[in-house]
Unconditional design. Structure first.
Length: 385
């Protein structure tokens, strides 16, 4: 008996789809920006956050305590000036360290430079304020008296009360001498600056070098120059005119140098436009360049007047001190406010010293008035043709 084996039934093979590997979908193409690229936003240097203010206050307080501890307790030193310098140095170091914690190095350098600049400006302002306050306190008793402005010191002894005598002769002498100096130095200074800027050439370099050298010449040499040439050589008497010439020697290089800088700032396109319209170089200078630079030229004149009105040595050599009022600049001696202040302060008499400080206050006010008037006259007038 044979075993009956079941027949194997072959089924048709069905092809199953193979599993495809997983593929990331392709990102959709991004269209390029059509507008202009965003501009870099500059860092605001003027605004200060709470963190900035806290850093300054914390560094100031911390440096104050550390400086006191080291300066007075460890080193056993004394002195306000030394302590102030030590405090400032420690403050800069602590402020730089605190700023470097959360800011990049350019910000740290900016804060250090800002601290140094502010300290320098504060020091200059403090010195100026102390000088003005001290002068005002010492000269205040002489200011309420009317005779101080309307009388001279002719026949008045130095120890006389403050209600006798005044500074009229010195005030008038200063105004006359400075007026003479302006008449002489202003044209010479501006012409020199125009030659150095507009004409040029090899000789202009020599002129510029001489101008820069003359700004550092001591003022007494200007007085000696006028004394030896005008008074000794030509037998011209000591007078306010000679003093005005000596003052003008000190004012010319200041006006020339400051005006040279101002004329260089004038855009060259203005000169080219004037020449293209058919104007000559002289017309361009006098009708285009100088009117454009007029405010800067006024500043140059103010700087020169501020120096010339405070000269003492040239007036002492070329005119000499006097106690009477003199309106004639060509005859007799003529006093000035700086020379009056010098004579009064070194006299050793209390009332006379008070008059000297009062004259110093008047001199400060006079310079301020001249500054304001010059700036007002040189202001740009809108609509002027």
């Amino acid at each position: 008996m044979t075993d009956v084996l079941p027949k194997t039934v072959s089924l048709p093979r069905t092809t199953l789809p193979r599993e495809q590997p997983h593929a990331d979908p392709k990102p959709a193409p991004v269209a390029p920006p059509t507008g202009p690229p965003p501009a870099d936003k500059p860092r605001d240097l003027h605004s200060r956050t709470i963190d900035d203010r806290a850093s300054v206050i914390g560094a100031a307080c911390g440096s104050l305590g550390l400086s006191w501890l080291v300066y007075t307790q460890v080193l056993l030193l004394s002195g306000f000036t030394g302590f102030l310098i030590t405090w400032y140095v420690v403050f800069v170091l602590i402020y730089a360290a605190v700023t470097a914690v959360g800011n990049p190095w350019p910000v740290v350098k900016d804060r250090i430079a800002s601290a140094m600049l502010h300290a320098g400006a504060a020091l200059v302002g403090l010195c100026l304020a102390l000088t003005v306050i001290y002068t005002a306190l010492r000269g205040a008793p002489a200011l309420p008296h009317v005779d101080f402005y309307t009388k001279d010191m002719s026949g008045v002894p130095g120890d006389a009360p403050l209600d006798q005598g005044g500074i009229l002769h010195a005030l008038v002498g200063s105004l006359i001498e400075v007026a003479i100096a302006i008449v002489v130095s202003l044209p010479l200074g501006i012409v020199t600056a125009v030659y150095m800027t507009e004409v040029g050439g090899r000789l202009s370099r020599i002129v510029r070098t001489m101008v820069e050298a003359m700004t550092a010449v001591p003022d007494i040499l200007a007085g000696l120059f006028i004394y030896t040439t005008l008074i000794v050589a030509f037998n011209f008497p000591k007078s306010g005119f000679a003093a005005g010439l000596a003052i003008s020697v000190t004012m010319v290089p200041i006006i020339a140098r400051a005006a040279d800088v101002v004329l260089r700032v004038v855009p060259g396109g203005l000169r080219e436009a004037g020449l293209a319209l058919g104007a000559s170089q002289v017309q361009v200078v006098f009708r285009v360049v100088l009117p454009t630079a007029l405010p800067g030229l006024a500043t140059a004149l103010i700087l020169a007047v501020a120096r010339g009105i405070g000269e003492t040595a040239p007036v002492l050599l070329t005119s000499g001190a006097s106690t009477f009022l003199n309106w004639d600049p060509f005859h007799y001696t003529m006093n000035s406010l700086p020379l009056y202040i010098f004579t009064a302060v070194r006299s050793g008499q209390p009332d006379y010293i008070t008059r000297g400080f009062g004259a110093a206050i008047v001199l400060l006010v006079l310079v301020l008035v001249l500054f304001a008037v010059t700036r007002w006259l040189a202001r740009p007038r809108v609509g002027r043709r």
